[in-house]
Design a protein around this ligand. Structure first.
Ligand code: GLC
Length: 574
């Protein structure tokens, strides 16, 4: 744990020039008429003046055309302004308490969720800078009393959607200052660009002083640096910029530098033969040994998304230009690699099943020398006739066929997945609803590792026993990612079903961190209560479903230059 003793003067309030003016407001009637594809075609009224090499403008137009501030209750936050945006299929919405509600009445747990989210706010020298991971009052706090970068993302999105961008700006600047600390684990110095996994505000009642402590992996269980933190930081910076129209934050020289430092870490040349990013186990949301070392899908999808966001945010000055060129090249190679080698569907599965091995030369079909015998039994039943997904990992002679929720949703949001692949992922979720959603959304991965596999892969981790925690547990936070993916693919009815399941239990169960069991029926064995990202994840999902224009904050449209392997029919409107 690193502690700052002084000099952490904040940058708050600089250039806080929010520009979501009246011109961006649509009337409710307009909102009601639109479906998502139409929203995408609306001209942008507010402009972020930046040269973009990626084709990401129209999603920007979407978020700028319809403001998040349609209507709002005082401090419980959001009102269901766009309840009528229903995209066709309709399941009548009922509250968790079985009371019929008028379309403009927020779900009863929305107010409670906002109150719980506000209770989790962490202040530093008088300003809100983040949200605590869990407000659990149990003794075993571990590090849940800290502000985690990845955990703060759904909180940040909730605040942005609710028209409260200041805390997000404070967080972005504060974590940027932490990045500039000298980071050492034992005698080894970490890369300059590493962002912390988490930080904490320390109060000194005697000196009446506050200082920050940050963890870059040196205190974390397993001592792994968080590879995802830097990516989430860039993604959040774009979400802030997009939602507020305020480019001045991203344009600050220190923000530009912070981005370049993160990018240097992952764009550096080495011995790699793949464009994917090599990492240690436990360097992302799954932060314990779970066999996610190598090239895990979560990191690759976040890497892709962060690269695309950086492309939008980087200034094309002397320093920025070099990065832009490297990013564009990497994106091309990365999307090709992921779309070709990580993708599995019935046909691909059958091809692997019939693979020959020991093929030498560039004409090899089985490029990574995967042994068909390594195909796990479960996948033959799990694979639907329609549908597919990005598998967990691909490296020499090793394919991890497990389904990971976060990576697949981010692949959809970032357009790492082609439109066909995105649709196929949604088809899979629909046809494997019981396995992936069950009674509580959403399985972090599927299936669970059991007996021998559990022993070897997790190292006998008692927290990660089968169908618990990271090993096939159900995490409500993933609801916001699912909802965003559903809206992007034009299938909000899937999100609606999942949200209703969550609404029937989350408040009653005091917002658990995760649920256990094949169907996610039981509150997790060691699950925290009042886990902030469960609360914020629900709110973001709810707000996005009620006003799909929020999607632009977290989604990027397909980049036509990336030439997907399969072209979609003309009906695709992105
Ligand atoms: C757990 C999760 C991790 C999260 C942290 C704080 O360790 O695995 O993803 O950031 O809790 O909530």
């Amino acid at each position: 744990m690193f502690a700052a003793q002084s000099g952490d003067a904040s940058h708050h309030g600089q250039n806080g020039n929010l520009s979501t003016g009246d011109a961006t407001h649509s009337t409710l009637a307009e909102v009601e008429e639109l479906d998502f594809s139409k929203l995408l075609e609306k001209p942008r009224l507010l402009n972020i003046e930046r040269q973009r090499s990626c084709d990401e403008r129209s999603l920007h137009e979407l978020s700028m055309t319809i403001s998040p501030h349609i209507s709002r209750t005082e401090n419980i936050g959001y009102r269901l302004a766009a309840e009528h945006l229903d995209f066709g299929q309709h399941s009548p919405r009922r509250s968790g308490f079985n009371t019929p509600r008028s379309p403009f009445e927020p779900h009863p747990i929305v107010g409670e969720a906002w109150e719980a989210l506000r209770r989790s706010l962490v202040h530093f020298r008088g300003q809100p800078v983040g949200t605590i991971a869990a407000l659990d009052t149990s003794d075993e706090k571990l590090n849940y009393d800290q502000v985690f970068v990845r955990d703060f993302v759904p909180s940040a999105l909730a605040f942005l959607m609710n028209g409260e961008p200041e805390i997000v700006k404070n967080f972005i600047l504060k974590t940027l200052r932490l990045q500039s600390w000298e980071k050492k684990i034992d005698r080894f110095q970490l890369g300059e660009g590493v962002m912390p996994a988490s930080f904490k505000v320390l109060h000194d009642p005697i000196r009446n002083n506050e200082t920050l402590m940050a963890d870059f992996g040196e205190s974390a269980i397993g001592r792994v640096a968080p590879v995802d933190s830097g990516f989430w930081w860039i993604i959040l910076l774009r979400a802030y910029t997009k939602s507020t129209g305020d480019t001045s934050l991203a344009d600050l020289p220190e923000c530009q530098k912070g981005m370049r430092l993160i990018l240097s870490l992952c764009l550096s040349e080495g011995f790699d033969t793949f464009p994917t990013l090599l990492c240690a186990d436990g360097c992302c949301m799954i932060d314990r040994r779970m066999g996610v070392y190598g090239y895990p899908i979560e990191i690759q999808a976040l890497f892709f998304m962060a690269l695309r966001c950086a492309l939008v945010l980087l200034k094309q000055d002397v320093e920025g230009k070099e990065f832009v060129e490297r990013i564009v090249k990497r994106l091309h190679a990365l999307s090709f690699h992921m779309r070709s080698y990580f993708w599995i569907d019935l046909k691909q599965l059958n091809d692997i099943y019939r693979y020959k091995t020991e093929e030498y030369s560039h004409t090899a079909l089985n490029k990574f020398n995967v042994m068909p015998d390594s195909l796990p039994e479960w996948i033959f039943d799990f694979m639907p006739t329609r549908g597919g997904y990005f598998i967990g990992n691909v490296s020499p002679a090793r394919m991890d066929f497990r389904w990971f929720c976060l990576g697949n949703c981010v692949a959809i949001l970032s357009s790492l997945a082609t439109p066909e692949q995105s649709m196929a992922i949604m088809d899979l979720i629909e046809s494997r609803w019981e396995e992936l959603v069950g009674e509580m959304p959403l399985k972090v991965c599927y299936p669970a590792l059991e007996s021998h596999d559990w022993r070897i892969v997790t190292g006998c981790d008692p927290k990660n026993t089968r169908w618990s925690y990271h090993n096939g547990g159900s995490w409500p936070v993933l609801l916001w990612l699912l909802t965003a993916a559903c809206i992007k693919t034009g299938r909000p009815q899937i999100a609606r079903r999942a949200i209703e399941l969550a609404e029937s239990r989350l408040l009653k169960d005091s917002w658990p961190e995760y649920y256990d069991g094949k169907l996610g029926r039981y509150i997790g064995k060691q699950s925290r209560k009042f886990q902030t990202w469960s609360i914020a994840g629900y709110l973001v999902a709810r707000m996005m479903l009620d006003d799909p224009s929020h999607l632009g904050m977290v989604a990027l449209e397909e980049d036509k230059q990336m030439k997907p392997l399969i072209r979609r029919s003309n009906s695709w409107t992105f």
